[in-house]
Write a protein that binds this ligand. Sequence first.
Ligand SMILES: Nc1ncnc2c1ncn2[C@@H]1O[C@H](COP(=O)(O)OP(=O)(O)OP(=O)(O)O)[C@@H](O)[C@H]1O
Ligand SMILES: [Mg+2]
Length: 459
Amino acid sequence: MASILIVEDESKMRRLLEMNLTDQGFETHSAADAEAGLKILNSAKIDLVVTDFKLPGMNGIEFLQAIKRANATMPVVVMTAYGSVESAVEAMKLGASDYLLKPFSLAEMVLVVRKELDARHLREENRDLREALGRRYEYSNVIAGSQKMQEVLALVERVAPTNSTVLLGGESGVGKDLIARAIHEHSSRATGPFLKINSTAIPENLLESELFGYEKGAFSGATSSKPGKFELADKGTLFLDEIGDVPPSIQVKLLRVIQEREFERLGGTKTLKVDVRLIAATNRDLRAALEEGTFRQDLYYRLNVVAIDIPPLREHKEDIPALADFFIQRFAASSTKKITGISPDAIESLMQFHWPGNVRELENVLERSITFAAGPLLTAADIRLDRPAHPANAVPVLPEGMTLDQWEQEIIREALRRANGNKSQAARALGLSRNALRYRLSQMGVADSESSSNPNERA
Ligand SMILES: Nc1ncnc2c1ncn2[C@@H]1O[C@H](COP(=O)(O)OP(=O)(O)OP(=O)(O)O)[C@@H](O)[C@H]1O
Ligand SMILES: [Mg+2]
């Protein structure tokens, strides 16, 4: 039985949390202030701490720091009032595992607690397993020799056989698609379908019918009925790519499918039940979207049952030589050009680069370099990077007399102009979700017109 320490000065709230967590089968300890909390931490076995941010005496930040000094791996969930998101962000920076914005529902609280306990359990189990066996995780198609990538595969190994929803995070090109497939292939659903849907690539009105299907006559043009991805993925896995781009109207519907595992086709009356495992991916910080209010918190918690963050390539450069060999062999198999290997100085120049486009960029650079290579050995002279390596001291500065906000607005306007007013395209160029761009435009006082393909529309 996991044991939870609750630190909350309001006695009513404290009782409520206690009762609820006890009902859920947890052992609880509680304290009204940080000092009393630390005493309990020193005398009882505690697996997780839920603490209020505003406490009398020692405040939440100091308390968090004290806990982390004593036990760096203790999961700490911080409760903070709406409107003080900054303090939640500060807490996360100092090592809090998650936060709850008050008022939150008890169900939400239990979800967060379970998620953190599961994550802790997984971490410990992985460590034990690997220490016991001295084992390295190996997946065909996935190069993962580095410690960071081994940690990713360790998580994949643990979650694959479960039915848990997985949220994959990581910059563009880090391998989210690849890992989503690996999870499917190592699950009991491996013989079932693996389907993917990318919400950025599909217009809002089509996205809904793609996901849920439609009945004949549901809208003009629906001359026959069609099943959606949820139906087609029955007994398999559905991969929701770019989840941060799903518009609010569809977020509500997704939430229902996840909670009830049921839905109706567009224009349909029959309720359909499906058995689908969900994997979602995002290349942005969904937390930022939560704070901006463009992504539903309840949906976020449902998706974020197990989070796997794939590191950018610049954080596991040790994998570059093996990745280079892997891609060279792959191209050799499919092309007439006979490349036998890569020289040490070529590897060296690959190691020097910062790889903003991650593994995908490395793959593309190698393909291009091979195409133009002079001899059978790929040398430094053959390597064609997409852009010059950044000089380390080239920090961009703001133009004279401009504030950061004004500069951001300029950049947004410029992106819209280049995209001829198309917001989806501009959002992509800016590395923002459509919703995040909409939010920023509304802050700038630019009216939101959903179908903004009008080339004359200017911010
Ligand atoms: N660890 C790896 N080992 C081998 N190949 C990899 C690895 N990581 C990524 N790749 C390859 O790099 C390319 C990009 O990976 P992938 O499409 O999975 O990235 P992504 O994170 O989904 O990108 P995006 O955010 O743009 O959708 C693919 O061809 C993939 O097979
Ligand atoms: Mg992808």
